[in-house]
Write a new protein. Structure first.
Length: 389
């Protein structure tokens, strides 16, 4: 579904940024005026122009806050956070040494933190105990009554950030009476940038401490914990649910059966062309980003190590260990994991449902970007029905 660009990756990321308008994370005019200044596949211009828009909207938010306009400040700061994240997206050649990448990431984090404090029920920043350190998170409450409610434990995927998690899922959950604990696991957001933590395939080692933490909170209904994972999180959450059985329901947005297959297929494609991986990366924005982001988030140095590091990221021989009701989502035109949700669904032996999102309803892109309301409607209606039963 082409949106503003012919390049598949630029189109998708522009759609992703614009889609958060559903919950105040973007204004369509701001997206359009920014993108029209960015030529096709010009990653430097992408970063510069999105950063300029983010800074402009942040100034609006800071001014509104200083003048005592709480709602206006919150709305502008939410948009600025999304735009800073978008500005940083392609800066993955060497993020550890990229001062501008660090500045943009910090900008997204700070503007979101300031917006979260202005929510009708202010969000609570968390540090969740994990091994010998902690994971960053937020507790979003549907209200301040203290009443235990069904609670979503939510993480993203290969490139998600904690701040994006509010727009991607939490805002829709709150409207429906769910509390949300959103968190970054190893390899995600500030954990890789500030703590040097990298992805791990045994994601139950991440989710179990989060469950332990959630059960200490009086607002959490211990019998109605929901685990949701987005994008690569569709593998991570499935893996965790196979071993962490205090989860009452699991949503895979979208289902991922074998991440290694995707990486290995990319390497194989490069091996068959003149110039190999360097040539493929030079001509393909999506591949260039996939490899660079993987080197960073998995802590490897080249494509061969990346292929090797992802071998364990498969649900083969594991899927049948999931016992909770599980919803598997799939996108008709998924450019990353096409066909994998159904493969995972077929391996499940628990109570299960598969929902397909189609191109002709505007929801066929990876993780249904641009169709956030439809994604939330189908997901939370399913959860409501499960818990009512």
């Amino acid at each position: 579904m082409k949106f503003l660009y012919d390049d598949e990756s630029f189109s998708f990321e522009a759609l992703r940024a614009a889609g958060y308008a559903a919950y105040g994370g973007a204004d369509l005019g701001e997206v359009l005026v920014t993108c029209r200044q960015i030529p096709e596949v010009d990653e430097e211009a992408w970063s510069v122009r999105w950063a300029a828009t983010a800074a402009r909207i942040e100034r609006i938010g800071r001014g509104a806050l200083a003048a005592g306009h709480r709602v206006s400040a919150r709305e502008a700061l939410l948009r600025a956070s999304n735009y800073y994240r978008t500005a940083d997206f392609y800066r993955r050649e060497n993020p550890a040494a990229d001062a501008e990448s660090a500045r943009l990431a910090k900008g997204s984090q700070q503007t979101f933190a300031d917006a979260a404090a202005l929510l009708d029920t202010p969000a609570r920043a968390l540090r969740i105990p994990y091994e010998d350190t902690t994971l960053p998170g937020y507790l979003f409450l549907a209200d301040d009554s203290g009443t235990p409610r069904p609670t979503v434990l939510y993480h993203g995927g290969y490139d998600s950030t904690l701040e994006e998690n509010y727009l991607a899922l939490a805002a829709g959950a709150l409207r429906r009476g769910y509390h949300v604990i959103a968190f970054d696991g190893p390899g995600q957001g500030s954990t890789v940038r500030d703590q040097g933590l990298h992805f791990r395939p045994d994601w139950e080692a991440v989710v179990t401490p989060v469950v332990d933490f959630a059960l200490t909170l009086p607002e959490v209904d211990a019998e109605r914990l929901v685990l949701v994972g987005t994008s690569l999180g569709g593998y991570l959450a499935a893996r965790a649910a196979a071993f962490e059985h205090r989860i009452a329901a699991c949503v895979l947005h979208d289902g991922v059966y074998d991440f290694h297959e995707v990486v290995a297929a990319t390497a194989g494609r490069a091996a068959s062309m003149p110039g190999g991986m360097e040539a493929l990366m030079a001509q393909n924005t999506k591949v260039r980003w996939l490899v660079r982001n993987g080197r960073w988030t998995l802590g490897v140095s080249d494509i061969d190590e990346l292929v090797k590091a992802t071998e364990a990221y498969t649900m083969a021989g594991v899927a049948d260990r999931i016992t909770c009701p599980t919803l598997v989502l799939e996108a008709e035109n998924d450019q990353f994991f096409k066909g994998q949700p159904r493969r995972l669904f077929d391996e499940l032996t628990c109570q299960k449902e598969l929902i397909s999102f189609r191109e002709d309803e505007g929801a066929g892109e990876h993780c249904h970007e641009g169709a956030l309301s439809l994604f939330h409607q189908r997901t939370f209606d399913w959860l409501d029905t499960e818990f009512a039963g």
